[in-house]
Design a protein around this ligand. Structure first.
Ligand code: F2R
Ligand code: MG
Ligand code: MG
Length: 349
């Protein structure tokens, strides 16, 4: 039976945290043999490994800020969210933040700052960041807002607090839309799921700023649509190697080279795959596969974990995995509270 909506909400945020914590082991690795991934995952089931738990990184730290801000303000409030990012960074700066975004987070801490979007706009000589930091924390927008337009609008604005390049904030919208569709059960029809995402991104990438940013970075006119078409082509193939996925979609810290990749991981792992244990459910396969790609593994697994968790629900996630990761209980609680907010009449379209 399809999971209930509350189970999907909990699965989304817990899946996101698990991806971050479990994926952290391989972040930045160039070559990650599947054996090593499976070894890492079986250690999570080992009762003798004591109380050592896997720590979450910036991905979860910022996702928690987004969720807490939406819950407290019961709306998108840019000053509140920006303040939470700055405060979180100043309390725990060692969570592995991107080297550019820390300058934004320091500026956001100033009480004299008038425009909270300004520090992000000054990044990289005024071009803004195209990193995946906006996308990695985007899942709560899909849990707080019912309409697709609101999910899109507010996930972009939330990303713009640190990422003013359209590749950065459109990547956040793509990730939030993928979680939104997954919550609605849209992954039951994978081709339609990807077609819907392409249609949404066509609208966003028509925008003049998006076209100018793509040109300045020597990309195709509709960069996300181009990648999503590649996802579709890879879905049609009988077999696809890790090397092909990396060369076609990427596995880097750039949003363009990681958000479509995370979406592919989810789609590819809807079915059992060679090399992955038969006893694994879909969410376990998705996280294992995301790790085997190497590169930005915590973030790709975090984004794929959110989309997959929204599809399979909380009951698909092994208890041993949940107990092995920092911040799971809090994420579960945030998801339940976002569900209550989602059910309120003022969040109706
Ligand atoms: N930063 C990491 N991992 C590497 C460091 C780990 C750490 N030292 C440790 O082990 O403790 N992971 C986290 O960062 C990613 C999200 O980054 P975010 O928030 O997008 O940051 P930033 O700084 O804005 O962008 C990341 C880098 O991308 C390049 N870049 C972005 N825009 C650019 C532009 N317009 N021109 C040129 N380069 C641009 C820069 O190298 C940025 O530093 C996640 O993976 C998260 O897990
Ligand atoms: Mg990280
Ligand atoms: Mg990362």
């Amino acid at each position: 039976a399809a999971p209930a909506m509350l189970s999907r909400f909990r699965g989304a945020l817990v899946g996101s945290v698990l991806g971050d914590c479990i994926g952290g082991e391989f972040e930045g690795a160039v070559d990650v043999p599947l054996d090593r991934v499976l070894q890492h995952l079986s250690a999570l089931e080992d009762d003798t490994r004591g109380d050592a738990i896997l720590q979450y990184s910036d991905d979860t730290a910022m996702m928690r800020c987004v969720a807490n801000s939406l819950l407290t303000r019961m709306a998108f409030d840019e000053r509140d969210m920006a303040g939470r990012f700055a405060n979180e960074y100043s309390c725990a700066p060692g969570r592995g933040y991107g080297s550019g975004v820390i300058q934004v987070l320091r500026k956001l801490a100033s009480p004299h700052l008038k425009d909270v979007f300004q520090p992000a706009q000054a990044q990289f000589g005024g071009r803004g960041s195209f990193g995946n930091g906006g996308a990695m924390r985007a899942a709560p927008f899909a849990l707080a807002f019912k309409s697709r337009d609101d999910v899109c609008k507010y996930s972009r604005l939330g990303a713009m607090l640190t990422h003013s390049c359209s590749l950065g904030y459109n990547g956040a919208a793509l990730q939030a839309l993928a979680v939104h569709l997954s919550l609605q059960g849209a992954l039951a029809l994978p081709k339609e799921f990807i077609n819907k995402l392409i249609a949404e991104m066509e609208e966003l990438e028509k925008d003049e700023t998006a076209q100018l940013d793509a040109k300045a970075l020597y990309l195709s006119e509709y960069p996300y649509c181009t990648r999503l078409h590649r996802v579709k082509e890879l879905m049609d193939r009988n077999s696809v190697s890790i090397e092909e996925v990396i060369s076609e979609l990427g596995n880097s810290i750039a949003a363009l080279q990681s958000v479509p990749t995370a979406i592919f991981c989810v789609l590819h792992c809807l079915e059992p795959r060679d090399g992955l244990p038969e006893r694994f459910g879909g969410l376990e396969r998705t996280i294992a596969y995301s790790l085997a790609l190497g590169g930005d593994t915590d973030t790709i697994a975090c984004m794929a974990g959110a989309i997959a968790g929204a599809h399979y629900g909380i009951d698909s996630i092994p208890q041993s995995w949940q107990k092995s990761c920092e911040g799971v209980e809090e994420a579960d609680d945030l998801a339940s509270r976002l569900y209550d907010l989602y059910c309120l009449p003022q969040f109706e379209e």
